[in-house]
Design a protein around this ligand. Structure first.
Ligand SMILES: [Ca+2]
Ligand SMILES: [Ca+2]
Ligand SMILES: [Ca+2]
Ligand SMILES: [Zn+2]
Length: 462
């Protein structure tokens, strides 16, 4: 067995006993088939909620991403199982709308399947609008960017270009007891309604991996044991020895890592999680935010809200979708740049950052008379640009010549030479060039060789 298989087995063995605890303690609203849990190296993630905000400081209306509005091609495929009651046509339409937004924001070759249902989340708390989580986390798969780190299955699938988990990637629930849902998709949420599309967009975000593993044990074994069963102990890892990729980037105000600088299963860690002083610190998130990203870490631990949301300071900004609550009349139809930056740091490829093929434009027509040859007649680099590569890193080829007698060649991966094999040739040839970048993206372009035209002056007389 290779190293990865070995590590996977180690995880599965060490976690087997913890899995049921995780299910009981952190997935109160989701009924996962226990047989799913025998999948090697997989665990159920926690549910993160979005809460009703009775008193938003600003009633926000945030427009969808530009590329979605411009009908960009989807770069991912989200498939939804509408389970149980409550899925009216308008509810499904609003869900599809939110899924379609995500399909233009992230890149995955593997379909992302969501099990969605309405259920009585008021049994947990009447202010819970929805909850969702990844159905599995994977570590040490072949394409994992960081070793010994848990990735939400949708990220792992995208990185691995394989569906690692036969079940749905995400489970999402919405509160069946709320009578104030707005199922429109126009963002014109009435002032007494909750915008369902915003809630779905938020919850899909959790399922895609916007969620950390840290929690504080409430000491109540009747609702499951979160850490060691000791009240007030903070822990991470969903019962494994591995943090999630989200946890890898969290720190306190002094820059101390929550996983490295505080013991797992400790009251010291719990204190950090309630400090109002927790940050996500990683390259792309920081670039989007202009500095590290403050997370929601109120003085009283709120299971499903604390740690796995952006700080309240993001309300009133384009990044408010992943704050922990949403108020009447609001519509937030955009993940926002901070969340997308965090996703990129966690292993997602963001659609807008996808490499693009080289662009070739304006290749000239070449006029050639019998007996002529040309050396370096076109500098291909002068007509080519690429998002990433320097001209010298691109590869130029001739892939067809309509009249091969023209004998066009590329010199030094840059210049066009023309040396007709018949010195009397004076014809037409269409030359097709292919440019390949270091991402193996290609663009084809053509130029033409024509006989030299001799224009006789026209005499105008009257
Ligand atoms: Ca799957
Ligand atoms: Ca909010
Ligand atoms: Ca490129
Ligand atoms: Zn949430």
């Amino acid at each position: 067995m290779n190293r990865n298989d070995f590590l996977r087995r180690v995880i599965s063995l060490s976690m087997l006993s913890m899995i049921i605890l995780v299910l009981l303690s952190q997935r109160p609203v989701q009924g996962l088939d226990i047989s799913d849990q025998s999948v090697t190296s997989s665990i159920a993630g926690p549910t993160a909620y979005i809460m009703y905000d009775p008193n938003p400081t600003t009633v926000e209306k945030i427009a969808p991403p530009l590329n979605f509005l411009l009908a960009a091609s989807p770069t991912a495929d989200i498939q939804v199982n509408y389970n149980g009651a409550g899925w009216t046509t308008e509810a499904q339409t609003a869900f599809e709308y939110a899924a379609n937004i995500w399909e233009t924001q992230i890149v995955s070759s593997v379909p992302i399947v969501i099990d969605a249902k309405f259920e009585n989340l008021s049994l947990i708390h009447p202010d819970i609008l929805g909850g969702a989580g990844a159905n599995n986390y994977y570590a040490n798969f072949g394409a994992a960017p960081m070793a010994n780190t848990l990735y939400a299955v949708a990220i792992a699938n995208a990185l691995e270009n394989t569906d690692l988990y036969s079940g749905a990637e995400i489970s999402a629930s919405f509160n069946s007891e709320r009578t104030d849902w707005y199922f429109g998709t126009d963002g014109n949420t009435p002032i007494s309604k909750i915008d369902f599309a915003s809630v779905v967009l938020h919850e899909i975000g959790h399922g895609l991996g916007f969620s950390g593993s840290m929690t504080i044990d409430d000491g109540n074994s009747s609702n499951g044991v979160e850490c060691t069963g000791v009240n007030g102990i903070g822990c991470w890892g969903y019962g494994t020895a591995f943090p999630s990729i989200y946890d890898r980037y969290t720190e306190n105000g002094s820059g101390q890592s929550l996983i490295s600088d505080f013991p797992n299963n400790s009251s010291a860690l719990a204190a950090q999680l309630k400090s109002n002083n927790v940050y996500f610190d990683a390259t792309n998130a920081n670039a989007a935010n202009g500095g590290r990203v403050p997370l929601y870490a109120p003085a009283v631990w709120q299971q499903g809200s604390s740690y796995s949301h952006l700080a309240e300071s993001f309300n009133g900004t384009p990044n408010s979708l992943m704050t922990y609550s949403l108020g009447h009349g609001e519509s937030e139809h955009n993940p926002g740049p901070v969340m997308l930056g965090m996703f990129e740091d966690m292993g997602w490829t963001i659609s807008a950052n996808q490499p693009t093929a080289p662009v070739v434009s304006g290749l000239p027509m070449i006029e050639l008379s019998a007996g002529q040859t040309f050396n370096n007649v076109i500098d291909l680099w002068a007509y080519t640009t690429d998002d990433v590569d320097a001209d010298s890193d691109l590869t130029f080829q001739i892939i067809s010549q309509s009249d091969p007698i023209a004998n066009v060649t590329i010199d030094s991966n840059r210049y066009i030479d023309i040396n007709p094999t018949d010195s009397g040739w004076e014809g037409i040839s269409v030359i097709k060039i292919r440019v390949t970048d270091t991402d193996t993206l290609t663009t084809d372009a053509v130029f033409m060789i024509n006989p030299k035209q001799v224009y006789l002056p026209m005499v105008i007389s009257n």
